[in-house]
Design a binder for this molecule. Structure first.
Ligand SMILES: CC(C)(COP(=O)(O)OP(=O)(O)OC[C@H]1O[C@@H](n2cnc3c(N)ncnc32)[C@H](O)[C@@H]1OP(=O)(O)O)[C@@H](O)C(=O)NCCC(=O)NCCS
Length: 216
């Protein structure tokens, strides 16, 4: 894609998602603008098997923008990375369309998986500042990942996830009630069954004793 077409597209994306921008020319100041453009170039080299040049572009861009996108990642259209410092996108990450990432986001691997090791981020997902999404699962479309979350498992579409480890607190705009369970004094179903059996046994003993006494 030519520079001016890319510039117009990026301007539309950034103006749509960052209220801080005042004019199209400011687009040139966004690290996201440079990082995504260079990623597209590096990805072409990667796909042709020119891994060294692909990594060279990616690492050089990481030094200049603070955004490290592995050239092997697959990224759809409309990605916006706001601010950008400390963003890392791993090799087998798949990103759909119109995804937003903030500074300090990691789309990484656990170090335990082989092959596809990084997450799949579906369309219109927003991953907030400092969130870590670690492993080869999917974040369903239209979901939001809260600031500072650490997400370790699949997220259904239209969900909000917060916390460490990340848990779904909203789905389809409906709040999921927090469990008010006492985490220290957890119920013990086996102990409860034994207590019930003891009570039944005592009751049976009492009935048998009454019957024996009646017969005397
Ligand atoms: C998660 C977020 C996107 C809000 O999504 P939402 O669907 O509108 O969710 P809500 O605001 O209704 O919050 C749902 C619950 O999660 C809690 N919550 C929200 N964000 C949280 C976070 N980052 N960590 C822990 N809990 C959080 C809320 O307090 C609320 O809890 P409650 O039900 O007990 O009241 C937002 O809170 C967030 O983290 N934004 C950060 C955006 C960002 O990165 N900005 C950087 C700009 S530089």
């Amino acid at each position: 894609m030519g520079f001016f077409k890319y510039f117009k597209e990026e301007a539309a994306i950034i103006r749509d998602r960052d209220p801080a921008i005042k004019s199209n020319i400011e687009v040139l100041l966004y690290p996201s603008f440079k990082a995504i453009r260079k990623y597209r170039k590096a990805h072409k080299y990667y796909e042709k098997g020119h891994y060294f040049i692909a990594r060279w572009i990616s690492q050089r861009t990481a030094r200049k923008t603070g955004i490290e996108i592995h050239p092997g990642a697959k990224i759809g259209k409309g990605l916006f990375i706001d601010h950008g410092h400390g963003v890392v996108i791993g090799e087998t990450t798949v990103i759909g369309d119109h995804v937003t990432l903030y500074q300090g986001v990691t789309l990484g691997g656990t170090g335990k998986e082989q092959g596809k090791r990084h997450p799949t981020i579906e369309d219109n997902v927003m991953i907030s500042v400092g969130a870590k999404v670690i492993g080869s699962f999917t974040i369903g479309e239209n979901s939001k990942i809260g600031a500072g979350s650490v997400v370790l498992e699949e997220v259904p579409p239209n969900s909000t996830v917060v916390g460490v480890p990340g848990r779904v607190v909203k789905q389809n705009n409906i709040r999921i009630p927090r469990s008010d369970m006492d985490q220290i004094h957890l119920p013990d179903p086996i102990k409860n069954d034994i207590e019930n059996l003891k009570k039944e046994n005592e009751e049976l003993k009492r009935v048998v004793e009454t019957l024996i006494n009646k017969q005397k």
